[in-house]
Design a protein around this ligand. Structure first.
Ligand code: ZN
Length: 683
């Protein structure tokens, strides 16, 4: 599971605006000379991230990072194809136009085309990375035809003897028809989520057929079920529902083989024997698509803690599948931030105490919280579904039984968070949306610490807490599983942030960081996160549904006692927390209920909670918030370009040293990746 912050940036979370204390002091001194934002278009801000103290790593660590980084970049095409079956075709067409179009490149229409191209690159396809809606091009169909016909034929991704005109006619409705492939993921209540979603996990099958298929192969009594359906496309062959696995020699084979090639080099350069063995299992899995091997790998990966260099590489998160089974491909390469990891170590050491004192029904607590390994890391490379939009925290593996038996690893992405923090300073966001000066001051003083703690606790102890009742189907919550899981982790963090234990073990100086987080969370869930949603639309994304559901539920439950107050001032809406202790109690109550829902697989109750509190937006309020936000001229989403790794090799081609260069050209990086890391065919 990942924790995303509302980008746009930390400002949207409202904290860490003017970092004056806390973890951000980790960053090096030369910030002023380092320009973080490298591009800005539509609702997107593209930043670069720094690699602090990279040059202090050993030669062996750098070499290992380099191989893993190449493996992280080689799977890019897979994600594009998973998002939508014509994404690669469209991207290759766009790349051909950008490289070879012979017409006027100064016109407004060409600029509109470039903006469209940047949006598509950012989203890894033609659907918005967050809202899942298909982009509307800012140029005409005729102009598109002109661009294609004005480009080098040899570079266009023509199928067989297809003509340029045929390619254009094929692509035009895909790009321009607002109804065709309108949503990447459609979880609208009452629709066939599979046939109405444009993603490429299923083809020619209905939701009912897919449900029936997996019900027929999964054994609900298996205490250690594999992650059924994780790494395959489902379609029909000769009228029979069939899985096509993603593996070497199979679907996505050419990209997977490149990943494997670099993973083999990484295995040979691994920093320990167990890490070597673990990489061997990952390679086996990519070759066989065997989900049992995937589990073996994850058990080992989860147990390999305390490493100076670690990574994520595989089909991991299932947010992109409305059924919550099929995983998008992603990769992260990371090295440890030793100082900041002391904070997460403190949380982890006390994990059992938190579990034992959790407000959930004792029968759904874990008797023994296993190995919640948490660390603060710096990212060295982002790939697949983590690029360019990056999470701020990641907790893996996702398999419930592995989490229970082998534990999980949790990371907070320090350099990514820092970049967002620094850019968010002075944005005017808090001045617009916070209730009063005291709230702003609290955020200024404690926001950074408070945010870091919330992320750490969400990842290290939140997701790791609780257990299922015997016999509960882990997939019982279906499309509501992701938002409910995020709620569980958020509520766990919120509830304990204000526990006296926090000060006792030295994590906070007082209640103030918790109060800053409460202000922030309610303001965000109630008001500010909806700046990312277009007028008239519902909330779709799991983390946003989670925040909305929590804020609205506690507001309603605390209404009689005025725990949270909605205040109107000069025609503007604000929220104010009147009683932090009572709010904490409500977070605890809600955590108890959400854990019960998960433990018992109570689909009806989970659905009701999300649909009633997490999905709908008050239209009048939405219009007001959007108007206030528009005046600030901020980008609601942000993402990152990767650094470039320059290798110095010895006579035998072995990497001796790696130097970092920072890229400041977003489109340039996208075009370069299109040349260097494209291994799949457009058709
Ligand atoms: Zn999470």
């Amino acid at each position: 599971m990942k924790k995303y912050i509302l980008t746009g940036m930390i400002a949207l979370m409202g904290t860490a605006l003017f970092t004056s204390c806390g973890p951000s002091e980790r960053k090096e001194t030369a910030d002023d000379e380092f320009t973080y934002e490298v591009d800005r278009f539509e609702d997107i801000s593209v930043l670069k991230y720094r690699l602090p103290a990279f040059d202090q790593l050993t030669a062996g660590e750098k070499e290992f990072i380099y191989y893993l980084s190449e493996a992280a970049l080689c799977g890019r095409d897979i994600l594009w194809d998973q998002n939508f079956k014509y994404n690669l075709l469209i991207r290759k067409t766009i790349e051909a136009i950008i490289d070879t179009y012979g017409g006027d490149r100064e016109s407004d229409e060409y600029r509109a085309f470039i903006t469209y191209a940047k949006r598509v690159f950012f989203a890894n396809g033609i659907h918005h990375h967050y809202s899942n809606d298909k982009f509307v091009p800012g140029f005409s169909e005729d102009y598109f035809a002109q661009l294609v016909s004005g480009s080098d034929v040899a570079r266009l991704p023509l199928a067989g003897d297809q003509t340029v005109d045929e390619l254009t006619s094929f692509l035009t409705p895909i790009l321009f028809d607002p109804v065709l492939y309108a949503k990447k993921v459609d979880q609208t209540e009452g629709t066939d989520m599979i046939t109405s979603s444009a993603n490429n996990f299923y083809e020619g099958v209905t939701q009912a057929e897919v449900e029936e298929y997996y019900a027929s192969i999964a054994d609900p009594s298996d205490p250690r079920p594999v992650s059924w359906g994780l790494n395959s496309k489902v379609t029909k062959i000769d009228g029979k529902v069939t899985e096509i696995p993603w593996k070497s020699g199979g679907m996505y084979g050419p990209a997977i083989e490149r990943i494997v090639l670099w993973l083999e080099k990484a295995r040979d350069a691994a920093l320990s024997e167990t890490q070597k063995e673990e990489l061997g299992l990952l390679i086996d899995y990519y070759r066989t698509a065997d989900l049992g091997t995937w589990d073996d790998y994850n058990v080992m990966w989860a147990g390999n803690t305390g490493l100076s260099v670690d990574y994520i590489n595989g089909f991991i998160e299932t947010y992109g599948d409305p059924m919550g089974m099929k995983a998008t491909w992603e990769a992260v390469v990371q090295y440890k931030d030793t100082e900041a990891s002391k904070r997460t170590a403190l949380i982890t050491e006390n994990a059992q105490w938190f579990e034992d004192h959790s407000p959930v029904d004792p029968q759904y607590r874990k008797e023994k919280v296993t190995g919640v390994a948490a660390s603060v890391i710096n990212v060295a490379m982002l790939g697949g579904d983590c690029y360019p939009a990056s999470p701020l925290g990641i907790n893996l593996p996702n398999s419930n039984w592995i989490r229970a038996e082998a534990g999980s690893k949790s990371v907070t992405l320090a350099n990514i968070t820092d970049a967002k923090d620094i850019v968010a300073r002075g944005s005017g966001f808090m001045e617009e949306f916070a209730f009063d000066r005291a709230e702003i001051d609290r955020a200024v003083t404690y926001g950074s610490l408070s945010d870091a703690l919330h992320t750490d606790m969400h990842e290290c102890i939140g997701h790791a807490s609780g257990k299922l009742a015997p016999g509960t189907d882990p997939n019982a919550l279906k499309n509501y599983a992701s938002p409910l899981e995020e709620m569980r982790a958020d509520l766990f963090a919120l509830y304990f942030m204000m526990d006296p234990k926090m000060a006792e073990i030295g994590l906070v100086p007082s209640d103030e960081p918790a109060k800053a987080q409460y202000d922030n969370y309610i303001r965000n869930g109630f008001l500010t996160q909806i700046v990312r949603i277009q007028p008239g639309k519902d909330i779709e994304q799991a983390h946003m549904r989670c925040r909305s559901a929590i804020a609205h539920w506690v507001y309603e439950k605390g209404k009689a006692e005025n725990v949270i107050e909605v205040v109107k001032r000069d025609g503007k809406t604000f929220v104010r927390v009147n009683d932090y202790e009572k709010l904490r109690g409500l977070f605890g109550e809600m955590l108890k209920e959400v854990q019960r829902i998960k433990s018992e697989g109570d689909f009806a109750a989970g659905k009701e909670m999300i649909e009633n509190y997490g999905v709908k937006i008050d239209q009048e309020l939405h219009a007001e918030i959007l108007a206030r936000y528009a005046k600030l001229n901020l980008a609601p989403y942000s993402g990152f370009v990767n650094p470039m790794m320059i290798t110095i090799t010895d006579r035998n081609g072995r990497v001796k040293d790696v130097q970092i260069e920072y890229c400041s050209d977003y489109l340039g990086q996208m075009m370069e990746y299109g040349k260097k890391y494209s291994f799949l065919q457009a058709w």
